[in-house]
Design a protein. Structure first.
Lengths: 278, 357
């Protein structure tokens, strides 16, 4: 972790342990009067993967939107390096090194690859009345970033709609890895994925952890979660239903805990009864 | 932004699915990223057609009359093109032109204000209208077509009523002697005689507007925000693009363009005629669509809109020079619009198509 923001967290905490990179303290998010998240607490530490599991409507997307600066907490607070912050836009979260792979990938099909990559945080040169996009540098960095996620030789000037589905995903991941200096948030894409594409998502999570980022991985799938996760946060109805570590659960426990796990177990038993020889 | 070094992360294993594209396919993709290509073809084909019908079109007089028609249309067209790229619509630009020039004229003739202070005040009025349009669209989420239609009706009705109530007729004139008039004419009404063609300074304003908006759209962060706002509003919000601010600024832009068009006309006629002309508001949108803008947003260019204005002007001047009944013009315009819409539809399907993995 060698970033300019590192100075912020130098004071540490009373216990002498460095504070979490990103922390939620009893955060409540409401849409109108309906709470999407109720008193959710969560700590993301450097080099740790926290998986968030839960049904549709359990608050996973709200959690992602909150951490990424798209939603504001009604109660509770967000802390970055132990200091309270209020993000007024995703731009501010990104400038603190928190970047997100959005569920819909957040790609504008009609814009070129490099414009998509930099959207909302474009590199510029020159002073104000003449401040302009630094196209050369932008394209160069995009080419490098795309090559790093396994898409070498891509023309950054082509429209994103000309990309194949896997390449689009690479673009979303490359962008998040570029901007996410401290925290990588991965909301597993809803679009159907091939095994190779899933592997790429998991690979990005592992790579980010390996380089010391705090990772928040939101997924439906307990198997994949257990593969990469250090901690597991189970959400139900906008509340924390369970906060477990890798030592607490194995894959089967986790599958059972996640909604739908019971049905899967029952199905397994039925199959065993139907085919006793297997 | 954080100083992120590109080498911070270890490279992933190269994926197997990186398929190199053929050169032809790449050229096609790159051409699709240039929305003005269609309008350029339009200018060439319509120009060729009318030059064959009326060779006078290419004389200095013909060119001057084409550019004279194209300039105000182009100024409005580029502003509307930006707004269309951001996925919004403005019907009120033509009526803003009439209303603000009426405000200028009434301020000069009725209150004795100097030309420049009056122009400045009417610019403020225009920007207020733009702000109302933009804020209403942004806060209510109503379709901008309806919001600006409402603004259009309000302004149209009140400018007619105000002109009748204050000046006693729908025509206000007699501005020529006002203080500052000479310098206003120099800025907004100069002409240059070349051969048998009279070139007006509105041409310069048009070129400046096109160059400025093109630079804004393709080479600034604001332009990128415009593309994102129209092309993928949700993605733009998720990435922290100031969608609402961008939209309001663009409505201010079309209102300012309306003011400029109105002022150019006011200075040229030394007066203003308020007449209930529906249809001129549509022209700016027609011009932008001929220029390759998609009505669904996210795609278009201001150079294209300017070329669209040129197509319009060539057809208009060409029909009169060829000695045809000028009533054919609207039919011709409708035909061009249809062709442009069909071509844009092809582009949209091509661009929106999600390639299979």
């Amino acid at each position: 972790m060698s970033t300019a923001l590192g100075t912020d967290g130098a004071d540490g905490t009373a216990e002498g342990r460095t504070p979490p990179v990103l922390e939620l303290r009893a955060v409540t998010v409401r849409f109108g009067s309906v709470p999407a998240l109720s008193r959710v607490s969560l700590a993301l530490r450097a080099g740790e993967v926290t998986c968030v599991l839960g049904e549709n409507g359990s608050g996973k997307s709200s959690l992602v939107a909150l951490v990424s600066g798209l939603l504001r907490p009604a109660e509770g607070e967000l802390r970055v390096d132990g200091r309270p912050v209020r993000f007024r836009s995703p731009q501010q979260a990104r400038s603190r090194g928190i970047a997100t792979v959005w569920q819909d990938l957040a790609i504008a099909p009609l814009m070129s690859v490099w414009r998509n990559f930099w959207l909302g945080a474009e590199p510029t040169r020159g002073t104000w009345p003449l401040r302009r996009l630094d196209v050369g540098r932008a394209e160069e960095i995009v080419s490098q970033a795309m090559a790093r996620v396994g898409v070498p030789g891509l023309d950054p000037g082509q429209p994103a709609s000309a990309l194949q589905a896997g390449e689009r995903q690479c673009l979303a991941i490359a962008r998040a890895l570029h901007f996410g200096a401290r925290v990588l948030v991965v909301d597993e894409p809803t679009a159907p994925m091939t095994i190779a594409q899933r592997a790429l998502v998991l690979q990005s999570v592992v790579t980010a952890r390996g380089s010391g980022l705090a990772v928040l991985f939101v997924t439906h799938n307990p198997q994949y979660a257990h593969l990469v996760g250090d901690r597991f946060l189970l959400l139900g109805g906008g509340r924390v239903a369970g906060d477990l570590t890798r030592a607490d659960v194995d894959v089967d426990d986790l599958t059972r805990l996640v909604a739908g796990g019971d049905e899967l177990t029952r199905l397994g038993e039925q199959l065993r009864t139907a085919h006793p020889d297997r | 932004m954080l100083p992120v070094s590109p080498e911070r992360l270890a490279p992933f294993a190269p994926a197997a699915h990186a398929v190199p594209r053929s050169a032809g396919r790449r050229l096609y993709d790159r051409l699709l990223a240039r929305p003005s290509i269609g309008a350029l073809l339009g200018v060439l084909s319509v120009g060729l057609f009318f030059t064959l019908q009326a060779p006078d079109l290419l004389s200095t007089g013909g060119v001057a009359s084409i550019l004279d028609i194209a300039a105000p249309l182009g100024i409005g067209g580029v502003a509307v093109a930006l707004l269309l790229v951001a996925g919004q619509f403005d019907l009120s630009i033509g009526v803003v032109a009439v209303t603000t020039s009426l405000v200028t004229a009434l301020l000069v003739t009725e209150t004795g204000l100097g030309t420049w202070p009056a122009l400045l005040l009417s610019l403020v009025v225009a920007l207020l209208v733009g702000a109302v349009n933009g804020l209403l669209v942004v806060t209510t989420g109503l379709p901008s077509f309806l919001v600006t239609l409402a603004t259009f009706l309000v302004l149209q009705g009140s400018s007619l009523a105000l002109a009748a109530a204050i000046a006693g007729s729908s025509r206000v004139s007699g501005l020529a002697g006002a203080p500052g008039w000479e310098s206003a004419v120099a800025v907004f009404g100069s002409t240059l005689q070349l051969g048998d063609g009279r070139f007006r300074i509105s041409l310069v304003w048009w070129l400046v507007a096109t160059a400025l908006t093109t630079w804004l759209l393709w080479r600034t962060r604001f332009g990128n925000a415009v593309f994102g706002t129209g092309g993928a509003p949700r993605a733009a919000r998720e990435l922290g693009v100031p969608v609402q601010r961008t939209t309001v600024l663009l409505f201010l832009g079309t209102a300012a363009a309306g003011w400029l068009i109105g002022t150019l006309g006011l200075v040229r006629l030394a007066g203003v005629q308020v007449d209930p002309a529906l249809g001129s508001e549509i022209e700016f949108i027609v011009v932008a669509v001929i220029g390759g803008c998609l009505l669904t947003g996210g795609y278009g260019s201001t150079v294209g809109a300017s070329l669209g204005a040129l197509v319009y002007a060539i057809a208009r001047a060409g029909i009169s020079l060829a000695g045809w009944d000028p009533r054919w013009f609207q039919a011709f315009l409708g035909l061009m619009l249809l062709v442009a819409l069909l071509a844009n539809g092809v582009v949209r399907r091509r661009l929106r198509a999600v390639p299979r993995s």
